[in-house]
Design a protein around this ligand. Structure first.
Ligand code: URA
Ligand code: CA
Length: 441
């Protein structure tokens, strides 16, 4: 078998065997094939697609291209959550401590920001002293001791994906359904969870902009999970505007603490409760997602969720006092308000542009080497459907200097459309996908 044979077969629209897919995944993981052959096959897959069986095989071969975390030493059903990426999406920092407080062991490996989307590890590192790099032994020990860890991947997970993702980025092959499914699911399966809840975003800040594509992505990921023998459920949720109101690393930690303290409500809280409710069902702690969401809410009211977050921060070397006094988080040099400037209704948002605005302030990386400024970002005061006046507050900017605050203000203004026609609220939950099918919400 050679790479050339495999490229030829997929070029002509053929279905690859498990052995051919294994050959490809190994060649990518071990870098035994030249980039131009890997890239040629990626383009053939992009143009001719893959069957569900091929996609599942590719997922499992990519999973097996590196380490697979063994969480079997942790008692109980380990449920993971994955979001396909968005802006102001701080659900992990809210639902992980709440689910842990409800008795579900949470052993979560998270990632860093990518493009316009934020990353949980970057947010956590804005907490003074907090460490996200740990050995597999320490990772497992922490879950056994306090029921909760959120950290970087402990081993080399899915190195084939690392090679292929970098090639896709520069060969216009990111937007391939089987390649996206196998990329996400290989990493999730390698991080060792028994079951997975997926939050598939849809809209202007999501990987998939249309509901049709987002639904297909959800269906295919659930199907691959089933073929890999793991219960996987998915929710399709709105990313036509940032999920929370705070955008930027320390600001998003502050918002998570505000939600866990019962001080903040809204879409971020709602999505966290519903995803967490589904996690508690898969973990065997609740009968229904509604019951699970109710348990999560009780863990806010009792303070048990915030207490769990404190324990996690302390266990990872951070200062848990940030949970009682958010002013201990990094503070920006310049903090100022901006107003809407025009009256009307907030009609739409370019959420990707809103994410890039905070990246440009220093909250995200343009290259892998960029240093982040954890303090910067902004708090958005409007949501789609709001009636605003010219002097209604638009946002609170947290910047390194006046010039960057001004630049961000312009970018945020451009990304938000205020028009003279009334506009309805954006629907938050669009569909639920299980192995049994799609339920439109
Ligand atoms: N996120 C991933 O990890 N992989 C993709 O292909 C797309 C988004
Ligand atoms: Ca994320």
């Amino acid at each position: 078998m050679t790479m050339l044979d495999i490229i030829e077969k997929k070029k002509l629209g053929g279905e690859l065997s498990r052995e051919e897919i294994r050959f490809f995944a190994r060649a990518a993981g071990e870098k035994t094939a030249p980039d131009y052959q890997l890239a040629a096959l990626l383009m053939a897959i992009r143009l001719n697609g893959m069957t569900d069986r091929e996609t599942a095989d590719l997922t499992m071969e990519m999973r097996d291209s590196g380490d697979v975390a063994d969480l079997s030493g942790i008692p109980g059903i380990k449920v993971d959550k994955h979001s396909t990426g968005g802006v102001g999406d701080t659900t992990t920092l809210i639902l992980a401590p709440l689910a842990a407080a409800c008795g579900a062991p949470i052993a979560k490996m998270s990632g860093r920001g990518l493009g316009h989307t934020g990353g949980t590890l970057d947010k956590l590192e804005s907490i003074p002293g907090l460490n996200v790099m740990m050995s597999e032994d320490d990772f497992i020990r922490q879950v056994k001791e306090i029921g909760l860890v959120v950290a970087a991947q402990t081993g080399q997970l899915a190195p084939a994906d690392k090679t292929l993702y970098a090639l896709r980025d520069v060969t216009s092959t990111v937007d391939s359904m089987p390649l996206i499914v196998s990329s996400i699911m290989s990493k999730k399966l390698a991080s060792g969870a028994d079951a997975i809840v997926l939050d598939v975003k849809t809209g202007s800040g999501a990987l998939m902009h249309t509901l049709k594509d987002s639904l297909e992505l959800a269906v295919r990921m659930v199907e691959v999970g089933r073929m890999a023998g793991k219960p996987v459920g998915a929710l399709v949720t709105n990313m036509d505007q940032p999920l929370g109101t705070h955008i930027g690393n320390a600001l998003e930690v502050k918002e998570a603490i505000d939600v866990l303290s019962g001080r903040a409500t809204g879409d971020l809280l709602e999505v966290s409760l519903v995803l967490g409710g589904h996690m508690l069902v898969l973990a065997g702690k609740a009968e229904t997602a509604e019951e699970g969401a109710g348990m999560m809410r009780e863990a806010i009211d009792s303070g048990a969720g915030l207490q769990k977050l404190k324990e996690m921060i302390a266990a990872q070397g951070g200062n848990p006092a940030v949970c009682d006094d958010v002013r201990l988080l990094p503070q920006a040099a310049v903090i100022r308000q901006a107003k809407c400037g025009t009256g009307g209704w907030v009609q739409k948002m370019d959420t990707t542009a809103l994410g890039l605005a905070s990246q440009a302030m220093g909250a995200g990386r343009k290259t892998k080497e960029d240093q982040l400024d954890y303090s910067v970002g902004y708090i958005l005061h409007v949501r789609i459907g709001d009636r605003v006046e010219a002097d209604t507050p638009l946002c609170e900017l947290h910047a390194r200097n006046e010039a960057e605050a001004e630049q961000a203000e312009q970018a945020i203004r451009q990304a938000i459309t205020i028009g003279s026609e009334p506009c309805g609220r954006a629907k938050l939950f669009l569909a639920e996908v299980t192995a049994d099918g799609i339920m439109r919400l």
